[in-house]
Unconditional design. Structure first.
Length: 412
């Protein structure tokens, strides 16, 4: 019997774990560090030339910088062999897709905990400029302790670009029923694209079904445009989170993944959670309290302080929506395992979609000045001007609150 092949002269393939339309996954042994790893070998025809493989290596290097308990780590990449391959952390468990196929809908608390883990991981990645693009149950891995991990960072973009080049029908990589409207219509892809996928995952975890039928891209977009589905048999807070994430326009989805994680964890802890409700042309908050099991009548009610990063910008007015003509679709490719806030927004309405750099400035301001502080109005300002306004506001807070500051600049 021939010796199992080596990848990069280091990783010995031991057992094939799964096969899909884009890749196969192997359990492997790292002979240098004496540890078990996972090797994902991508079908060669998807990355047939040097340019596509260089793109994969660049994406993998970027994703390898992510270190978070909600993300499957990437250790190495091979673009020199016949089969391009990613070497990843081996998760001892199963995919959410396999769990749902076997057991059906999950208990609400388990579904919420899984979604919170994935939202935390997405927030970590988004703050570092990395978008997953293919959030779906098959890419959510559940370990033996019940923690959820998101796999396949660093390959979705490469595969999608390769597919567009290789096909004449405009086939879109990824699973159709979890794709955001902007992916189907050729719109701009960003962090809120992943929030749509997260909402679809939570919907399926709670109900056993994806949010919309996926007969064709045209039919799916029409269903998405009609508005998020109602989830009547689910706790209202969880249903509101699902509907907020599945908003047709990205500007109507939650401000960032951290707000989703915080709302879900507040619900899990039995506290009043600021549900992230979808709006019609704006982003709104709606407080939905989960009833306490044992109310404590003797304890006076008092407001809770929440991180400012959970505050959702209100009245985001859309100036127009361009729908790009859909190309004919050849069918989905098979996949394999591979943030609320006070009930009144504290910022003034803005006449344009939320800038990508604003959430980080709001988070930093909230950490330095507290959730009850009024942030500066930066409507119409450039990023540099807004940064200066926030720096001045934070300096004023630090002057009145010794020891509360955390430094200047986003992420400080």
């Amino acid at each position: 019997m021939p010796e199992p092949p080596l990848v990069l002269d280091r990783y010995r393939l031991v057992e094939r774990l799964a096969v899909g339309g884009s890749a196969e996954v192997w359990r492997a042994h790292d002979e240098q560090l004496d540890r078990a790893v996972a090797v994902k070998r991508l079908h060669p025809h998807l990355l047939p030339d040097a340019v596509s493989r260089q793109r994969l290596a660049a994406e993998a290097r970027s994703a390898a910088g992510l270190s978070h308990p909600g993300i499957v780590g990437i250790y190495d990449v091979d673009t020199s062999g016949d089969w391009p391959a990613l070497v990843m952390e081996l998760v001892d468990g199963e995919s959410l897709a396999a769990r749902l196929a076997r057991d059906g809908p999950l208990p609400e608390r388990e579904a919420a905990a899984i979604a919170a883990d994935i939202a935390d991981g997405l927030y970590h990645a988004h703050k570092r400029g990395i978008v997953h693009r293919d959030v779906k149950p098959g890419n959510v891995l559940l370990d033996r302790e019940g923690r959820a991990r998101l796999a396949d960072f660093g390959i979705a973009r490469s595969l999608a670009e390769s597919a567009e080049r290789l096909t004449q029908t405009g086939s879109v990589m990824g699973t159709l029923r979890y794709m955001a409207p902007e992916q189907l219509t050729g719109g701009e892809i960003g962090p809120r694209t992943d929030l749509y996928g997260l909402g679809a995952v939570l919907h399926e975890a709670l109900t056993g079904e994806p949010p919309f039928p996926a007969g064709s891209p045209v039919g799916l977009v029409e269903a998405q445009r009609a508005g998020p589905p109602r989830v009547p048999a689910v706790d209202p807070t969880l249903a509101a989170v699902v509907r907020a994430c599945l908003a047709y326009d990205p500007a109507d989805r939650p401000i960032h993944a951290g707000a989703i994680a915080d709302a879900l964890r507040a619900w899990l802890a039995g506290r009043s959670a600021a549900a992230l409700a979808p709006g019609s042309g704006d982003t709104a908050t709606q407080t939905i309290a989960r009833p306490a099991v044992t109310p404590i009548a003797s304890e006076p009610s008092r407001p809770r302080r929440r991180p400012l990063g959970l505050v959702l910008l209100a009245a985001v007015v859309l100036t127009g929506l361009v729908v790009v003509a859909l190309l004919a679709f050849g069918g989905p490719s098979a996949g394999i395992p591979s943030l609320g806030a006070s009930s009144t927004p504290t910022t003034a309405p803005t006449p344009s979609p939320t800038p990508d750099w604003l959430p980080a400035l709001l988070d930093e301001f909230g950490q330095a000045c507290g959730a009850d502080a009024q942030p500066p109005d930066v409507s119409g300002l450039s990023e540099k001007e807004a940064k200066q306004a926030f720096d001045e506001a934070i300096a004023a807070c630090e002057g009145g609150k010794p020891g509360k500051g955390k430094g200047k600049g986003p992420g400080g």
